[in-house]
Structures are given as structure tokens and as C-alpha cells.
Design a protein around this ligand. Structure first.
Ligand code: UD1
Ligand code: MG
Length: 443
């Protein structure tokens, strides 16, 4: 059976107090909307319509970039109204429809599948969760025979209803055509004068369809409405990502201090020391060591490499097998050959470094003149003396040496020595004579 989904992402997100639309706020480096899309696709949903506000240009652009369709909710009249706004986009679709809030980044394919399974039982299903402290979630009132009676929004709930811990998790599944019929019958006679999606089960009930429940863990259904909840979701997501790496054989002595991205890939037997941050698009092969206080994004690290402590790998950093990148070293768009070493206080940008080259402390590639970026090539086995400035474009041949403190502006052929610094002059006794002269001046 064909499966489509509607993601609700047109809300004002007022509680975030942000100019960025709520669903584009990131969790583990991926917009919340991206997490929801990932979970739906993982559950085999092929068509996804993202409902956006008229001003939601950024949300539409993101949705389209992720292969989704979009619909516009012309006024923000509530979640039921938002879901109904996708009707035209799904005209003619008569498979199963999943409707999900765009602000629940922790949802997984398993959770979506649970809702789909429950939907097969009665024709309509809702994701539910027993919360230890349910805050502002909608409360679920049950019928004696174990089906959903109705959902009461927190703002509409009485004291005794607020004491209920079973809550609406914000994901629904129904036959598409029936769903749009039910949604068209919603009323807005409630505390917020909104068309609540949560009233759909009651409309369905009057049409003889019961609503089944699919249960999930608290952390899987977390809805993010504020900065505090976003931070909480981030914490839960980090725990989830770390746990997965530990299971996969990655060593971490203090996993709670390691921050991962949704897409971080690390091979077995790599060790991550405390306080390492992974931005998006990092792959580390097995058997590498990432030492404390390193920051990596858009980088690839091969097996046996040692990074840090205090190293920064920026996008395009590609560290070869067994290479070393030491403290206060920054690599950007740079390929470091197998076994090469760049151990101290260095910036390499737009560079290609051959195997087993040694880059001395304080080496800088001068790769940018304020307009363009230029390439530095360093051959295999080359030895770059400390404090060399490599003014790109420039090429150092295999096995060549540059003298410490050189400003290299011209290519250096293989196995040559390049010295480009002032000649040293030594004046014996000069310092002592200088001091004597200054002392007698003072008297
Ligand atoms: C909603 C549910 C609540 C549930 C909770 C789970 C309703 C009425 N309430 O509450 O029962 O426990 O989610 O997290 O559905 N949106 C629109 N257009 C609108 C309003 C909202 O697209 O006019 C979108 C938002 O962008 C958001 C989603 O719908 O992604 C949910 O809206 P939100 O305001 O976060 O609802 P909650 O108060 O969290
Ligand atoms: Mg919400």
C-alpha cells in the first residue's frame, strides 16, 4: 500500500523567540524537520508534503531540497487546519496517510511503523505516551474498552484531566480520503479558537471508526516548543548517538563530553578522548585516535591517524592513514598524505601534502589574498622548517627542505633546500657595550 505523510510545519513557533522558523532549529546538526523526514522515509513513506506558513520560504526551500512537496496554510488556525491544507497536494492519493508534527525530532522509523501497525487495526491511530511529568501535552481520555475517547488540550483541560499522564505524541495515521473528510468537519470552539487535529478521533468516532493507540517512550515523542525543550532534545539525541557508537565499538572514556552530529561515522576501535566536538559530515575510520578538545567538521580521518589534542579539522580536511595532526593545528580543504606529520601551531589551507612529509611548528599556508584561494603542494617526504610561510600558489618538490623562518614565494624542486630569510649578522661585544653606554647616559 502507498504511504504518504503530512508534516505540520506552519506554526508560528512563538515560544522559541527566534526569527528562524522553529522546525529549522537543529538537533545534532540537522533541522528538526530533517529528523522527521528521515524517520518517515525510514518507515517507507514515499510522498511527504510539508505544510508551511505563507512566509515560510526557508522551510519550503529546505523541504524541497530534501525531496518533499510543500503546501501553504494561508492562516495559522491550528493543527487540524494545517493538515487540511495539504488536501489539494494529495488529491487523488488514496493510500495510508501519516500526519506528524514537525517539531518532534526524536521520532524514529520504528515509532512511525508502530503508528502504521495500529492504524491497520481500526483505520485510525494515534501515537501515545505515558509521561512522568506531562507538562503541556494534550491528555488522552480512554473509553472503558481500551480505545481513545477524546484528547483534551492542556489549555482546555480541567485540573483532574491535567492529572492524566497518558498524552498525545503528535503522530497520526489514517486512510487519506477519510482523514480529509474528518478534518473538514473540525470546529474551533476551544480555549485557543483553533481547529485542533486532536479532535479528529472524535469526528471519526461519530462516523463509527475507533482510534487505536501506538505507544512510544517519552524520549521518542518529545515535542520541542521552546529553547529549553530544544536543549533537552539535543541532550537526549546526543545520548542516543553516543550509545550507538559505543555499541559499534568506538572507545570513549567520557562519552557525556563528546558531541556528535546526526551523521557522524566512526569506525570500531577508534578512541575519542574527552571533550571532542563533531560537526556535520565527519567520517573517522577504525583505529584512529581523536584526542581531547579537538573540533572536526566536514573532515575524513583514515585509520591509525592521531588528531589533537586541540586540533581543528575544517571542511575538506582529509587526513591519511597514520598521519598526525597535533595541537593548535588547523586544516581546511587539505589532503594530508599517509604518515605525514603536522604537529604544532600550523595552518594548512587548500593544500596537498605528500606521504611522510613533516611540517614544522608555525608553518602557514598563505592561501588567500582577499579575493581568491590558491593551492600549496608539498611533495612526499618534504621537510618544511618551522615558521615557514608558504605563499600560494606554490609547490615544494618531493624530499625538499625549507629552512626555518623562510617565506617561500617560488616553487622548490625535489630534494632542494630553499632558504628565504635575512642573513644573520653577529657583532661580538655589541650588547655589553650598549648596556654600558645606556648606564652612563642615566648617570
Ligand atoms: C500539539 C498537540 C498536542 C500534542 C503535542 C505533541 C494540537 C492541537 N495539540 O501541541 O495534543 O500533545 O502537539 O507534541 O495538535 N502547526 C501548523 N499550523 C498551525 C499550528 C501548528 O502547521 O496553525 C504546526 C507547528 O508548526 C508544529 C505542529 O503543528 O510543528 C504542532 O504545533 P504546536 O503549536 O507545537 O502544538 P503543541 O502545543 O505542541
Ligand atoms: Mg509542539
Amino acid at each position: 500500500m502507498d504511504k504518504a505523510a503530512i508534516i505540520l510545519a506552519a506554526g508560528a513557533g512563538t515560544r522559541m523567540k527566534s526569527t528562524l522558523p522553529k522546525v529549522l532549529h537543529k538537533v545534532a546538526g540537522l533541522p528538526m524537520l530533517g529528523h522527521v523526514i528521515k524517520a518517515l522515509r525510514g518507515a517507507g513513506v514515499t510522498r511527504i508534503v510539508v505544510v508551511t506558513a505563507p512566509a515560510g520560504e526557508q522551510v519550503r526551500a529546505y523541504a524541497v531540497s530534501e525531496g518533499c512537496e510543500t503546501a501553504i496554510q494561508d492562516q495559522q488556525l491550528g493543527t487540524g487546519h494545517a493538515a487540511a491544507s495539504a488536501k489539494a497536494a494529495l488529491a487523488g492519493f488514496d493510500g495510508t496517510l501519516v500526519i506528524v508534527n514537525g517539531d518532534m525530532p526524536m521520532i524514529t522509523p520504528q515509532v512511525v511503523n508502530g503508528v502504521l501497525d495500529a492504524q491497520r487495526r481500526t483505520g485510525l491511530a494515534l501515537l501515545a505516551c505515558n509521561f512522568s511529568s506531562p507538562t503541556q501535552y494534550g491528555r488522552i481520555l480512554m473509553t472503558p474498552d481500551g480505545f481513545l475517547n477524546r484528547i483534551v488540550e492542556f489549555k482546555d483541560a480541567s485540573e483532574s484531566e491535567r492529572a492524566i499522564s497518558l498524552c498525545n505524541g503528535g503522530c497520526y495515521a489514517a486512510d487519506a480520503q477519510k482523514f480529509f473528510l474528518w478534518a473538514s468537519r473540525l470546529k474551533n470552539d476551544n480555549a485557543q479558537s483553533e481547529y485542533y487535529l486532536t479532535d479528529v478521533p472524535q469526528v471519526a468516532k461519530s462516523a463509527g471508526i475507533k482510534c487505536a493507540l501506538a505507544f512510544a517512550e517519552e524520549e521518542d515523542v518529545m515535542g520541542v516548543n521552546s529553547r529549553a525543550e530544544l536543549a533537552e532534545a539535543e541532550g537526549v539525541m546526543q545520548k542516543r548517538l553516543r550509545a550507538r557508537l559505543l555499541v559499534d565499538g568506538v572507545g570513549m572514556t567520557a562519552p557525556e563530553t563528546v558531541f556528535l552530529s546526526h551523521d557522524t561515522q566512526i569506525g570500531a576501535d577508534t578512541t575519542i578522548e574527552p571533550f571532542v566536538v563533531f560537526g556535520p559530515k565527519v567520517t573517522v575510520a577504525g583505529g584512529a585516535v581523536i584526542r581531547s578538545h579537538s573540533h572536526l567538521e566536514g573532515a575524513a580521518v583514515a585509520s591509525g591517524a592521531i588528531i589533537g589534542p586541540y586540533a581543528r579539522l575544517r571542511p575538506g580536511a582529509d587526513v591519511g592513514a597514520g598521519a598526525h595532526v597535533g595541537n593548535f593545528v588547523e586544516l581546511k580543504n587539505t589532503r594530508l598524505g599517509d604518515g605525514a606529520k603536522v604537529n604544532h601551531l600550523t595552518y594548512l589551507g587548500d593544500a596537498v601534502v605528500g606521504a611522510k612529509a613533516n611540517i614544522g611548528a608555525g608553518t602557514i599556508t598563505c592561501n588567500y589574498d582577499g579575493f581568491g584561494k590558491y593551492k600549496t603542494e608539498i611533495g612526499a617526504g618534504a621537510f618544511i622548517g618551522s615558521d615557514t610561510a608558504l605563499v600560494a600558489p606554490v609547490r615544494i618538490g618531493d624530499g625538499a627542505i625549507t629552512a626555518a623562518g623562510s617565506v617561500i614565494t617560488q616553487d622548490v624542486e625535489a630534494d632542494a633546500l630553499a632558504i628565504a630569510r635575512g642573513q644573520q649578522v653577529v657583532k661580538p661585544g655589541w650588547a655589553a657595550a650598549f648596556r654600558e653606554a645606556k648606564k652612563s647616559e642615566k648617570k
